[in-house]
Design a protein around this ligand. Sequence first.
Ligand code: DLL
Length: 432
Amino acid sequence: MIWNETKECMSRDQMTALQSARLVKLVDYVYHNVDFYRKKMQNLDLFPSDIKSIEDITKLPFTTKDDLRDNYPFGLFAVPNKEIVRIHASSGTTGKATVVGYTKHDLDIWAECVARCMTMAGIGKDDIIQIAYGYGLFTGGLGAHNGAELLGATVVPMSTGNSKKLTTMMVDFGATAIACTPSYLLHISEVLREEGLLDKIKLKAAICGAEPWTEKMRHEIETRLNITAHDIYGLSEIMGPGVACDCQYHNGLHVCEDHFYPEVLDTATLAPVADGVTGELAFTTFTKEGIPLLRYRTKDLTSIDHSTCECGRTSARISRFKGRVDDMLIIRGVNVFPSQVEAALVDVEEVTPHYMMIVDRVNNLDTLEIQVEVDPKYYTDEVRALEALNKKIAHVIQQALGVNAKIKIVEPQTLVRSQGKAVHVIDNRKLY
Ligand code: DLL
């Protein structure tokens, strides 16, 4: 069984040896197959032969989301398109999506990592699991789906958006596990309560991620549903869900570090920090063929712990996420950058670049209101004209962000002008 955890129970020395061997191979691979990395290494006077062990990783260049955007869509791929069997994408910082491609082998490794995470959450072949992450370009749905199938669980591909159907099927099918965002699971718990179904469910485990949440929120989910809830982490650039997950001790998320090498970096100097110190997480993908990445800066803030966990696993653990270095928001599981709103509004002649995003959580579902200031030239009291403009902006925003927003058109000169760095977001969400 390829998802069994023998690899995770290697000693630290064995893991280091494996990582060194894989890094040497990876650097040779990217140097010869990705122009971007060859040029970056040449600029640093660096050759594959300079990388001899994992300790040499700090000699290598970083990769950022902007690098993916600048090489949109397939510029960082290391294989010809005929080798790519799947594409996923997530939000870029402006108009262009961040695109990733997977070979057949990449999909196999991905499924194995997700299967490992589900095993950590106590999910196995006897379980019936509802996958309630979005299916499509987002990695959540298909990523969790393939991992659960590899595990041999019975997969119910619910996707998002129909809570009543989900709760009805949860009861009728006797679902024992669910994979979805934590805020959606809290919402589901409310729907179950309202429908009087709470004592009819057989749920025992949830594997939640794709957005920030707290220990308090995890306990709340566990208490409401009488289950155990696990924290699963990942990002599309590295693979999707399944990069790391917490075990039954919930003492940090075990990283699948035979495939993804984690570094926590000082946010000012970008030098790796010691265990326990918070910094920006970066990953190097050891085994990816489609779009291998060197030291990809996730912008997620965490700390790392290399000690052996109570569960016996020796893999490095990253702490629950403490925020981000940039201004990315996650709204209903969708990554949203204020810069995307700005880029979208430029195309609407009738408005100025002044806007304010107000994010809230109502019944555990995220809401987004965008206040937009109309250009004085176009401002009118005429209700129908304003309604038409509102509709137009809502459409442009939906297309740009992939989430629906309530648009509020405000009169010219009403939004606060900031003295320093412009403030474009008011996030009223309370994560318990
Ligand atoms: O959110 C992949 C995923 C899907 C992970 C389903 C877990 C479950 P992206 O859309 O590329 O990929 O967004 C990645 O989401 O950099 C974090 O900021 C945030 N994120 C993901 N998981 C967690 C988590 C998927 N468990 C971005 N806790 C990441 C906090 C998370 N933040």
